[in-house]
Design a protein around this ligand. Structure first.
Ligand code: MN
Length: 291
């Protein structure tokens, strides 16, 4: 019996750029620890340049993964990092961090990528913030697909990226067809980035996500396509999410909102630090900024 379930997406505006929000879904707030997925582009940077000013996060890791284009990341740890296709930016917010992301000034051509969030478990979600850039990642040649291991392991190859919870993230360039081995204790989601492949016999187009319940030992993907597979052990607890914050309770979210409103009102913050950016600081939408 197939455990495959199709999830639709919705279009949201990031500034003037439409993106497809694939996660969260009401019926699947998390897939393993993965709690958020935005698919942006492909879009010409002339009309859809990324320009997200300093904004905060708590309790999550951001995973930025590009198929085309470049993005400059700056954060309150002092990191400044250009990310290109095939490279991974992994930022762990812990108790609090702020960052900005924008297209380089001289960008031309297409931008296409994924912004993913991973909920941090209780063991690490109050820890110090951290940032990792991985310029080199393992690539596994499965018969029928080249697979980059973003996080976790596949076929004996393990990414050096930090994991706070048992999880996996894979980018597959599928030629004609491939059988992808899966960890049966994990739940998974297959995010279609281009093409319209058949996944375990069901056609899945861009903007639609295939959810695979725990128990699957493999997924069969037929048809030329680019897909990202994310998964992990079902998460330890229901999460509470508001704007850029992931927590467990309303009180924790209110604290984070209050702390960021203080930054908007007065500048400077012990919790979130300062980000060097020419872009304006982003207030939480609809949230009072009296601080
Ligand atoms: Mn962010």
């Amino acid at each position: 019996m197939s455990g495959l379930e199709l999830l639709d997406s919705r279009e949201v505006m990031l500034g003037s750029t439409p993106v497809a929000r694939l996660l969260p879904k009401r019926q699947h707030r998390t897939v393993g620890p993965w709690c958020f997925a935005d698919h942006f582009g492909p879009v010409d940077v002339g009309v859809g340049a990324m320009a997200v000013g300093p904004h905060p996060h708590i309790g999550l890791q951001t995973v930025t993964w590009l198929f085309a284009g470049e993005v400059v990341h700056t954060d309150s740890l002092g990191s400044e990092q250009v990310i290109r296709p095939g490279q991974l930016n992994l930022m762990s917010a812990g108790r609090g961090i702020a960052h900005a992301e924008q297209s380089p000034a001289a960008s031309v051509g297409l931008m296409h990528g994924l912004q993913l969030w991973v909920a941090q478990p209780d063991a690490t979600r109050w820890s110090d913030p951290a940032f990792e850039h991985h310029a080199e990642l393992p690539v596994v040649d499965l018969s029928g697909a080249a697979v980059t291991v973003l996080v976790g392991s596949l076929a004996g190859e393990t990414s050096a990226a930090r994991t706070d919870w048992p999880m996996v993230g894979l980018d597959l360039v599928v030629g004609t067809s491939v059988e992808v081995p899966l960890e049966p204790s994990f739940e998974h989601a297959v995010l279609v980035m281009s093409g319209a492949p058949s996944i375990d016999g069901t056609t899945v187009s861009v903007g639609t996500t295939a959810y695979l319940a725990p128990g699957s030992t493999s997924a069969r993907i037929d048809g030329s396509a680019r897909v990202v597979v994310i998964g992990g052990e079902p998460f330890e607890a229901p999460i509470a999410m508001s704007w850029n914050f992931v927590a467990r309770t309303r009180d924790e979210l209110d604290d984070a909102h209050r702390d960021w409103a203080g930054v908007i009102a007065h500048g400077g913050s012990q919790r979130f630090g300062d980000v060097r950016s020419e872009l304006g600081v982003v207030p939480a939408p609809g949230y009072p900024t009296g601080g």
